[in-house]
Design a protein around this ligand. Structure first.
Ligand code: ZN
Length: 195
């Protein structure tokens, strides 16, 4: 149960953030050549002890993810995302996307075709798939719900309608254990669409 693809993908992201907590900003910059400014920024914040509450929160979220074992990874705790600067306009989308493990094809589709969320094209694909539902990591927009790269990174997955309940239960549990002050992200860790 503890090694669902969503749990593995999430633990990989937690590992990256934890690694930054013990790196100098210079080292962070060179170790993350595709998100240098962002990595440097996070390492600097750790160095100044401004992220002391992040790692315990991530550990709690990781335990929850392992328990519910979702097929895709949930969005990062919004408090953590805010503290480390994921929503900040200081970093370009590609740097952030790279750090979060988003595939190039999906980032390009997001940036060039200005797709702000799951749209009618994704729904059209779902209708042609023979499947009834899919889930993505909240905040991630796949170039296609068939994107192999996004599927293998546990960012999008087809699901059976009866799996939706487990995802909702996980969102509730996460919101309960990790309260935060972002009303727009409340209990919102996955994007689910069903026919
Ligand atoms: Zn893609």
């Amino acid at each position: 149960m503890s090694s669902s693809t969503g749990a593995l993908s999430f633990s990989e992201l937690v590992r990256k953030i934890s690694a930054l907590s013990v790196m100098s900003p210079e080292e962070a910059e060179s170790r993350f050549p595709r998100s240098p400014k962002f990595a440097r920024h996070v390492a600097q914040l750790f160095l100044e002890d401004r992220l002391f509450d992040i790692l315990p929160r991530l550990e709690i979220q990781l335990q929850i993810v392992r328990h519910f074992s979702p097929p895709v990874r949930p969005a990062l705790d919004p408090y953590t995302s805010t503290q480390i600067g994921i929503f900040s306009k200081r970093f370009n989308d590609y740097e952030i996307g790279e750090f979060l493990g988003y595939p190039e094809c999906c980032m390009r589709s997001f940036a060039e075709n200005i797709r702000y969320g799951i749209d009618e094209e994704h729904i059209r694909e779902l209708k042609g798939s023979g499947m009834k539902a899919f889930v993505t990591t909240a905040g991630f927009i796949p170039c296609s719900i068939f994107c192999k790269e996004a599927q293998s990174r546990a960012l999008v997955s087809f699901i059976k309608p009866d799996e939706i309940e487990n995802l909702r239960a996980m969102e509730k549990e996460t919101a309960l254990q990790l309260p935060h002050f972002h009303p727009e992200y409340r209990e919102h860790y996955f994007e689910v669409r069903s026919l």
